[in-house]
Design a protein around this ligand. Structure first.
Ligand SMILES: CC(C)(COP(=O)(O)OP(=O)(O)OC[C@H]1O[C@@H](n2cnc3c(N)ncnc32)[C@H](O)[C@@H]1OP(=O)(O)O)[C@@H](O)C(=O)NCCC(=O)NCCS
Length: 210
């Protein structure tokens, strides 16, 4: 793949320009869509800060569908989905205080350890090969009218432009027939099953370039 030296800016090229108000609207939609997930339990402000920090990092694509200038659908297409919470947590941390503390301790081993496990990892060409839908949701009043399908199509367009041949997503297996049907209707195939905590999940994939 030819694109990857511009690690940070490249996904940004596919981001829609979003204002802070729109990021807050996305956070509100998140809260309505996933009332019981970890972020929602932390409240609207944390969800807003979560999206705001990921948006600033420019490593993930923020894809939106608008109707009358209002965001009615959102998808986070991530090239490093496993790190989104770690990246958010790190962005909230007062880094300069950490640096002063580390200098005082002057322990280079500790410094290397922290950088290795908590430092911002650059997005590598390897990551671009695995774009994954981190979140997708549509305003309740707009569901069932093709907005979700449009978001999946936008994801596919980004994948094609980045020369990524497969788009991935994960979703809960139990009590989730409508979402699974949605993904399968849009061409996703079940790749495997896995457990996270007490819940089983499906890992789905969509071939974008044959
Ligand atoms: C799943 C979701 C993104 C689909 O968006 P959408 O705009 O409603 O989807 P579309 O209109 O393109 O497609 C409709 C199809 O998806 C299915 N679907 C899944 N959830 C649905 C919902 N809540 N309302 C209507 N259709 C839904 C329908 O069965 C329909 O298939 P059909 O036409 O064969 O009946 C949206 O319903 C949503 O935001 N759900 C809540 C959040 C969520 O579960 N996100 C996925 C987490 S992995």
């Amino acid at each position: 793949m030819s694109v990857v030296s511009t690690q940070i800016t490249y996904p940004r090229a596919y981001n829609s320009e979003l204002t802070n108000t729109e990021l807050r609207d996305i956070a509100k939609l998140h809260l309505v869509s996933f009332g019981d997930d970890i972020l929602s339990q932390l409240g609207l402000n944390v969800i807003y800060r979560f999206y705001h920090s990921l948006y600033q990092q420019s490593k993930d694509c923020f894809l939106v569908v608008r109707a009358q200038e209002k965001i009615i659908g959102f998808c986070l297409l991530s090239f490093d989905v496993e790190s989104i919470f770690r990246r958010f947590a790190f962005s909230q941390f007062p880094v300069h205080l950490l640096m002063i503390g580390l200098k005082a301790i002057s322990s280079s081993f500790l410094f290397i350890f922290l950088l290795k496990y908590f430092g911002k990892k650059p997005v590598t060409s390897e990551k671009y090969l695995n774009p994954e839908i981190g979140y997708i949701f549509v305003a309740p009043e707009a569901q069932g009218h093709g907005t979700g399908k449009q978001l999946i199509q936008q994801c596919q367009n980004v994948c094609r432009k980045l020369n990524c041949n497969t788009l991935y997503t994960k979703t809960r297996e139990q009590d989730n027939e409508a979402t699974i049907h949605f993904y399968q209707k849009n061409g996703f195939k079940i790749r495997d099953h896995f457990m996270r905590g007490d819940h089983s999940y499906l890992h789905l994939e969509l071939r974008v370039i044959e």
